[in-house]
Design a protein around this ligand. Structure first.
Ligand code: A2P
Length: 282
């Protein structure tokens, strides 16, 4: 991301009405997000409590003793006293150290043996200390969620699980499981993400070109992107669309003035291909 574009985009998004900001230390732009929030508070446009900031614990920081210091570092960068939500970004741990993707001489990721339940207990302690209002997870499957839910002495269950979710990857089984356990699904790549071949499976066709999404959009004078976002929120999935373009930031917010019929919801659900754009091959 070019320097400053995150700052400008977050400020524009807040002015547009967005309040939920999905961030992470490994996006390397938390300082710009924090600055945008501070500027908007100083302007009197928002109060701190209006913002819902989600931060993430990266995989090199899973050892329990690292969890709180890692969150404190994020808070310092953000210039905030607390995050609204802190989540474990991935269920697998990497070797602690400066390398975000530690690799051996063959280019293979060096994993690290840690106990997810112990990491979770350290997350619970962050909530108790007031550094995170809520705690959750990301990229967890059912088995990994069950490990936490069935942990003896569990103090707080994960409030949310952030996973890829959109009309081509609708996650019906995980969504149902999470519903049963009161865990909110936060859907990343709700627009089918970018077409960046370095980390995106581009063999799956571009979501926003889908004829069904476009045809339904035409009916409501909306774009395929707006239909895709509306579909997700209407089935109870939180969306976190990413854009650094003011026009598209605004477009992605204009989804509260129409609704899809039950039939249209079914039609879009049927587009599910069970194929991920973000395969997380490591
Ligand atoms: P840009 O930042 O130039 O707007 P996702 O949220 O699924 O990860 O998708 C993000 C990608 O979709 C980015 O490449 C973003 O590019 C693009 N994008 C965001 N909003 C829209 C929109 N309304 N229409 C088309 N493309 C969009």
């Amino acid at each position: 991301t070019p320097k400053g574009s995150c700052l400008e985009s977050v400020k524009f998004a807040i002015d547009t009405g967005y309040r939920h900001i999905d961030g992470a230390f490994v996006y390397y732009n938390e300082h710009e997000v924090g600055q945008a929030i501070q500027e908007k508070i100083a302007e009197g446009r928002i109060k701190r409590e209006d913002i819902f900031y989600c931060g993430k614990l990266w995989s090199t920081c899973h050892p329990p003793e690292m969890v709180r210091p890692t969150l404190e570092k994020t808070l310092k960068i953000l210039q905030l006293d607390y995050v609204d939500l802190y989540i474990i970004e991935l269920p697998m741990a990497f070797k602690p150290g400066d390398a975000i993707y530690p690799k051996d001489e063959n280019g293979k990721i060096i994993y690290h043996e840690t106990d997810l339940c112990a990491t979770w207990e350290a997350m619970e302690a962050c909530k108790d200390a007031g550094l995170a209002k809520s705690i959750g997870v990301s990229n967890f499957n059912r088995r990994q969620l069950e490990m936490i839910l069935n942990k003896p002495g569990l103090k707080y269950k994960p409030v949310s699980n952030q996973v890829e979710c959109h009309p081509y990857f609708t996650q019906p089984k995980l969504l149902e499981f999470c519903r049963q356990h009161g865990i909110v699904i936060v859907g990343y790549s709700p627009l089918g993400t970018s077409r960046d071949e370095t980390w995106v499976n581009v063999s799956s066709p571009p979501l926003l070109k889908d004829p069904v999404l476009n045809a339904i959009g035409k009916k409501y004078n909306k774009t395929a992107a707006q239909v895709a976002l509306r579909f997700s929120i209407q089935r109870g999935v939180v969306v976190i669309p990413k854009s650094f373009n003011p026009q598209r930031i605004r477009e992605n917010f204009q989804i509260f003035d129409f609704s899809l019929t039950e039939e249209e919801m079914k039609e879009i659900e049927a587009l599910n291909k069970n194929v991920r754009y973000v395969e997380l091959l490591m």
